[in-house]
Design a protein around this ligand. Structure first.
Ligand code: AMP
Ligand code: GLY
Length: 420
């Protein structure tokens, strides 16, 4: 089968790599892709949000499946539109993707169906928001309702900064339309874990747990980013906790979405806080996480195309998904200044040397290929990912490989897998 992947980051590179290892995939395409993805896929310069352009390209190439990986096209309804055009698409419909694209929707879903999450209020007026903040007191968390590149959340330790965050979002327009409505919620404490699951709307199959590192700098300091590195599995996510999550969170969520007439097919991302009162949902995403996908898919033994087909076809219950033993660690190499402003166009050295190391692969997030090599073109540039028998081994290998790579103003965290 020929497959088209939508997106241009490390996550899409990880999906492309895994699909390229499938004996069942013939041609791989990606729109728009990046420098690394271009080694595995024929890349088409079509924006990930250009639904008409993607449909035309998928028709022209007669692809058997389109994998919609990023949040924006999912929220725009790309999967629905591909379906209407008679093209098989992997990913949730627009209605199902609202579990990520509207925090107000996901919070109401959890409260209606008794799924554990932080206590909250939703506000469209600044006066009500401020009253709620003053009534609840600090610490308190202010979130833009819509999509904001993983940056729409302010964890505030005093009332003044919470009020400022609400004003910036609701009046200052810092996240545009995404921030006109805000969710304000109780601060949760405990280890944070990501569990990605495959689901066909009925059956839900968790992947090994993973842990993102959202803060820009070591010791979880600095601003929130899209994610500076990830490990999988996570020691704090014990078998008992996994069972509690399955019974109280994963299955109830899938049943709730079905009951709401929004059956979810695709990858659902559970951002969990393991609090002293048990696991609670911090956020849902309607897709693989980035950089979690790079770590988790490195551990997948089964054929990814077969899994995607079972998700689309509703036959996940009949499939056994196999994982490699051991652990994976991905370290992001970013452009100096990210998640704020940064320069691009820096030449990258050492990718081939790093790729030559055992059990290591350099996923590209923001690169472009020129005749004389790779250049940076994004905030997150690469995600150097290694597997090992133990997490320690995976971490050591990933850093040994990352040490071989250089570009001007490069920065990374040095404590991926050791910060919590
Ligand atoms: P989100 O975009 O919802 O994943 O939020 C980004 C990050 O903010 C999360 O990964 C958490 O580290 C933090 N966060 C979000 N909500 C809460 C909360 N209720 N309590 C504590 N931290 C939170
Ligand atoms: N790593 C977090 C996300 O993809 O949203």
């Amino acid at each position: 089968m020929d497959v088209l992947i939508i997106g241009s980051g490390g996550r899409e590179h990880a999906i492309a790599k895994k699909l390229s290892e499938s004996g069942r995939v013939e041609r791989l395409y990606c729109a728009p892709g990046n420098g690394g993805i271009a080694e595995l896929c024929e890349c088409a310069a079509i924006k990930a949000t250009d639904i008409e352009g993607i449909i035309a390209f998928a028709r022209e190439k007669r692809v058997g499946m389109v994998v919609v990986a990023p949040d924006d096209p999912l929220a725009l309804g790309m999967v629905d539109r591909l379906g209407e055009a008679g093209i098989l698409a992997f990913g949730p419909t627009k209605a199902a993707a609202e579990i990520e694209s509207s925090k107000a929707f996901s919070k109401k879903l959890m409260s209606d169906y008794g799924i554990p999450t932080a206590e909250y209020g939703v506000f469209s007026g600044i006066d009500e928001a401020v009253s709620y903040i003053r009534a609840k007191g600090a610490p308190i968390v202010v979130k833009a309702d819509g999509l904001a590149l993983g940056k729409g959340v302010s964890v505030c330790f005093d009332i003044e900064s919470a009020e400022k965050a609400a004003r910036d979002m609701m009046e200052g327009g810092v996240f545009g339309a995404s921030g006109r409505r805000v969710v304000i919620e109780e601060m949760l404490e405990g280890p944070e874990v990501t569990v990605l699951c495959f689901t066909d709307g009925e059956t839900i199959v968790p992947m090994p747990a993973s842990q993102d590192h959202k803060r820009a700098f070591d010791k979880n300091r600095g601003p929130n980013t899209g994610g500076m590195g990830a490990v999988s599995p996570v020691a704090a996510y014990t078998d008992d906790i996994a069972k509690a999550c399955m019974d109280r969170i994963f299955i109830p969520t899938i049943r709730a979405m079905k009951a709401e007439g929004r059956p979810f097919r695709g990858v659902i991302y559970f951002g969990l806080m393991l609090t002293k009162d048990g696991p609670k949902v911090i956020e849902y995403n309607a897709r693989f996480g980035d950089p979690e996908a790079q770590a988790v898919l490195s551990l997948l033994e089964s054929d990814l195309l077969t899994v995607f087909e079972a998700v689309c076809g509703g036959s996940l219950a009949e499939l056994e998904i196999k994982w490699k033993p051991g652990a994976a660690c991905g370290v992001v190499l970013a452009s100096g200044g990210y998640p704020g402003g940064y320069e691009t166009g820096k030449r990258i050295d050492g990718i081939e040397d790093a790729n030559r190391l055992n059990d290591t692969f350099v996923f590209h997030s923001g690169t472009r290929r020129e005749p004389d090599g790779y250049y940076t073109c994004g905030g997150r540039v690469l995600c150097v990912t290694s597997t090992g028998e133990t997490l320690d081994e995976a971490i050591e290998s990933a850093y040994r490989a990352a040490d071989l790579i250089h570009f001007d103003n490069m920065f990374r965290r040095n404590d991926i897998g050791r910060a919590f």
